[in-house]
Design a protein around this ligand. Sequence first.
Ligand code: AMP
Length: 388
Amino acid sequence: MTKTTSSINDLGNVLIRSDLNVPIINNNISDEYRIYKSLEILDKIYNYSRTITFSSHLGRPKKNSLDYSLEPVSKKMSEIINQKVNFIDEIYGKKVNESIENSESKLNLIENLRLHEGEVNNDDEFAKNVTFPFDTYIFDAFGASHRNHASVVSFGKYLDSYQGPLMNNEIEQLDKLLVNEKTGYVVLLGGAKISDKLSLIDNLLPKVEHLLIGGGMCFTFLKSMGYEIGNSLLEDSFISKAKELLNSEHGHKIVLPSDFGVTELIESELREDINIEDFRNNHIGIDIGPNTISEFASILLSSKNIFWNGPMGVFEIDKFSKGTQEITEIIAKSSAYTCIGGGDSVSAINKFSNIQYFNHISTGGGASLEYLEGKKLPGVNIYNSLII
Ligand code: AMP
């Protein structure tokens, strides 16, 4: 599938697949990191392209849901680069073709690819239609590279295609952790959902020195050990798998919290710090406690490489953000190679620290974790790198 380089100084009409999947609440974009990173490609290709059209997914929309339009993203892009990014409210067809053909604006953004089922179903006809008005395709969406979707694996069949600079940088940075396997690395996982991370833990455990687990996902493990966890997050159907992992050959590498910030009602914003043994049945574990912060800190500060994905608690609410804040500060000051895996961890860094204190902030949460597992991701290294 890898294509050879043609006339690189005339890319013609370019279609870029970026990852512009950002959190949007009431038309407000609360984290712009992915937008900034996606725009960096312009420095490289602007002068060599006739038109440049960005494409991306946004969320997991139901068909034609306006809540999932990329229009607010086009406005933010225009603001950041101080140049109009023309929003086209279609994914393919006459309107898109005319915009590209008449070159109304050099920069365009087409509508959310996932508003058409052909994207997720990896439909060839869809790929053919979307790529029709373009000459060159650049895949630069690391955050989507673990998906077997049309824009990841099929758009490239119809155009001269390249792997973009953001992709190259992500791979280079994450490879440092894989190479560093010899010196060992620690993975810190948090966030709410255990279901999407369990198979990953299975594959990661043999590779890591320690796997620290905080956030809502630790409670399924603690429940499997027989602890009372009150009304904390629990994914019942994964209790036996969690137990299996703890008892597996590398299970001793899993480090779970020993104390928690708890509340009886999240809305009350009242917090009490207790040991795991003191959980009552009306408690909700909402953050890691002070002893856990110290335990995690001593492991993190003595490791040479750290990968972090997922907050330690409900960090959006100040009272419950202490664990995530302190862990962010500890990782920021560590001398290890530090790599942050996308999503809410990046929001936490923006809230409590500064991205300059971290070696690499990945634009992809799920993708970076799957890459570290050693999986061959569908969108990684399928095209030649774009070298201009
Ligand atoms: P995820 O999308 O799986 O990374 O989860 C991120 C979300 O996990 C954030 O919105 C946090 O508020 C939430 N979270 C973290 N810790 C907990 C917890 N102990 N209980 C409930 N939600 C949590």
